[in-house]
Design a protein around this ligand. Structure first.
Ligand SMILES: [Zn+2]
Length: 396
């Protein structure tokens, strides 16, 4: 490991810490925090390296063939050519940051308990919070990136704190069969929630390469890890494909990009669901459409995208998401990854506002891209109905 490589890896890990501490701190406090984080990061690096070498638990011990997104040691984004944003960029951002103020927590009432199952042919989505959606399709109940914790953080006493409660109470969940985990960032892979799901619902967990050992060490069972384009049949006509995304992974000071990120395409008799995970706009949406067909419903991230100079590689803005929906040729999309945790510099109400603007600019009706309140459910239109509504919109 050379010095540059080390700095880059450690830097991204600290970058994740910066993403987590996104709050209403002043620039001076941010500077102090970074100093403390840098020192703590170095100590943590030393301790973790010692553990990894001595206990043989490092992800480096897993041998995997190289591929177009794996260099033998770390995963990478095939379409980022040139300068990938790193530690220096994050420092620059953190030192000049003036994050907009988000309102304090609002205690909205949770939504009604969802039905046990959706009727045959129905594809229903219930927005819970952040990237967490309950999808019910043909007897199958799926949760995406479930987080019920108060903070998206490795610790319970610091890090981005939710500004509203989950839209559905954990106790009100119907039986969960499948959990889709897009990658290992703390706002997507929330171990306390996963352990609770594991013990109450015993679902199957699907995630990217490299995450299984980590989850199993935390007593989360039935984990299947997948490479991009792997497909796993589930029975009853359903199957799951892990699809590419443009992002990165990190959980601690030494594991940068050692586990794979991605999205999911779930095929079933009620049509297909696409869950985009956490991603910048890139080539992969078109490729998903080409290889797997148009999904009946796409869950696409629309938040945590400012400032663009640093966020655009890894987070879409609403205009990107509308473009991605076009690439997928999906009749209807639903916004996720906004409004629950302040992770970047977009204002609290900015994603839905920018989304309305992006839809208008693309001449698309607002019902092509849903923004649901936490706890709200909606059924994807039948594919023929969606085509008719488009025709009607075109004639208006
Ligand atoms: Zn992420």
């Amino acid at each position: 490991m050379n010095v540059t490589g080390f700095a880059r890896r450690a830097g991204w890990a600290r970058g994740e810490a910066a993403e987590k501490m996104a709050d209403t701190q002043s620039a001076r406090r941010v500077g102090k925090h970074w100093l403390r984080t840098a020192v703590a990061g170095l100590l943590l690096n030393a301790a973790l390296l010692f553990l990894a070498v001595n206990m043989g638990i490092s992800a480096q011990t897993v041998l995997r063939p190289r591929s177009d997104h794996f260099d033998g040691e770390r995963f990478f984004n095939p379409a980022i050519h040139g300068h990938e944003r790193g530690f220096v960029d994050l420092l620059k951002w953190a030192s000049k940051r003036r994050p907009p103020h988000w309102r304090e927590r609002t205690d909205v009432q949770p939504g009604p308990p969802p039905a046990r199952h959706a009727a045959p042919g129905v594809l229903r989505a219930t927005f819970i919070n952040h990237a967490t959606v309950l999808v019910q399709m043909d007897g199958l109940n799926i949760l995406t990136d479930p987080i019920w914790s108060d903070r998206a953080s490795p610790v319970s006493w610091a890090g981005p704190q939710r500004v509203h409660p989950p839209g559905i109470r954990f106790e009100d969940l119907p039986p969960i069969d499948v959990v889709l985990l897009s990658h290992n960032h703390y706002d997507h892979m929330d171990v306390p929630t996963l352990r609770r799901l594991n013990s109450v619902h015993h679902p199957r967990f699907f995630t990217g390469l490299g995450n299984r050992a980590y989850l199993e060490r935390r007593r989360i069972q039935r984990v299947t890890e997948m490479d991009w384009w792997d497909e796993v049949p589930l029975g009853d006509g359903h199957s799951i494909v892990f699809t590419p995304a443009q992002h990165f992974s990190t959980r601690d000071a030494i594991d940068h990009d050692r586990t794979l990120w991605g999205g999911f395409f779930v095929k079933g008799p009620a049509g297909a669901l696409f869950f985009g995970g956490d991603t910048g706009y890139a080539w992969h949406f078109r490729e998903v459409r080409k290889r797997l067909g148009a999904p009946r419903l796409a869950l696409l991230p629309i938040g945590a995208y400012e400032p663009r100079w640093i966020m655009s590689q890894v987070h879409m803005n609403p205009a990107d998401a509308v473009r991605a929906a076009g690439d997928l040729e999906t009749p209807v999309s639903m916004g996720i990854h906004f409004g629950t945790f302040q992770l970047a510099d977009d204002a609290q109400d900015q994603p839905p506002r920018d989304l309305r603007r992006a839809l208008a600019a693309a001449n698309l009706p607002a019902d092509r891209f849903w923004v649901l309140a936490p706890g709200e459910s909606r059924d994807a239109p039948a594919v023929a109905a969606a085509a008719a509504s488009d025709k009607a919109a075109a004639n208006r």
